[in-house]
Design a protein around this ligand. Sequence first.
Ligand code: PLP
Length: 388
Amino acid sequence: MQNIRSPISQRVMKISPSGIRRFFDLVSSMEDVVSLGVGEPDFVTPWHISEAGIYAIEKGYTAYISNYGLLELRQELSRHLKSRYSLDYDPNSELMITVGVSEALDLALRAILDPGDEVLAPEPSYVSYMPCTILTGANFIPVPTTVENEFKVQAAEIEKRVSGRTKAILLGYPNNPTGAVMDRAGLEQIAELARRHDLIVISDEIYDRLVYGVEHTCFASLPGMKERTIYLGGFSKAYAMTGWRVGYAAAPAEFIEAMLKIHQYTMLCAPVMGQMAALEALREGEDAVKEMVMEYDRRRRAIVKGLNEIGLPCFEPKGAFYTFPSIESYGLSSDEFVERLIVEQRVLAVPGSTFGECGEGYLRCCYATSLSDIEEALERMRRFVSSL
Ligand SMILES: Cc1ncc(COP(=O)(O)O)c(C=O)c1O
């Protein structure tokens, strides 16, 4: 593109490709790799859910539908949010179906941000939060979290960073990559400061169903918070439906209307057969969710115990399907650690630094993989750390 002056936009130039990609490329040419890398369920979608998608295609549901998404699905979601979190969302104006939480996040940020605005977000955090914020022209302001607080963000740390340009707080709990879950008291403090500084809260609760021995508190359900929260939820994790690409946003009508404006020009609608499958998931998927959660919990306990025993200290994560052990005592950066672990022992994990600066000194190990693979990975990691 020699003849084109500045072919790529400044905003795109400001974001880097995901740090995970280099390691996935490295393992793609290797055999016998045990992966704790990919953040998605190893289960296939429960068959009755897949069948509903197949049946939708058989019945000719292969066309565009309403920009808002399938009405029955919005109605079912409205009932679901009422029964789980006592929240009232009008299916006609306060709920929309998106192409995964990924699209819902992008829409929420673009709907509320102007260039120069600031978004405060706990770190380590999901890899899309910063780039999607930067693409709007706004600034991403990380709020570090620490193992001492079990990676729960502290309201005081958020408040220190509030400025005249702060527009929103972006929360992602249960957390990817740490597995941290916020307790109600901590969220109430954040709610109080959101009210005081008049901030919008975008709450990505895609892992809400994956909690172990604790309760998930939905941010929008805190007193006075529904009116200033954009709640993001999805089907990918709880129902093992990553490839179906269905998620949703629930928020006051003014936010949904603004998000819908972008969605109708850029995406039009989420795939209808995926939405039919999601409807079946909500109606009949509860047993499958419970079974998968029980299995993740077994694996969680095994991996946390194993990592601690082999010298990779790890706090007990209470949500999602990630552990976040410390590698600080080995004197390697998390990138170097992961690269050598792949080359020397054929185990794939993700460097903590991928999720923000304060993730340096840690690894993300995903336990959405079989118990036998987890045991094999732990044995290889034991060999690796004892060779250091
Ligand atoms: C915290 C978080 N939010 C959003 C997503 C994207 O989910 P979806 O498949 O619904 O786009 C992921 C996927 O890994 C995630 O971990």
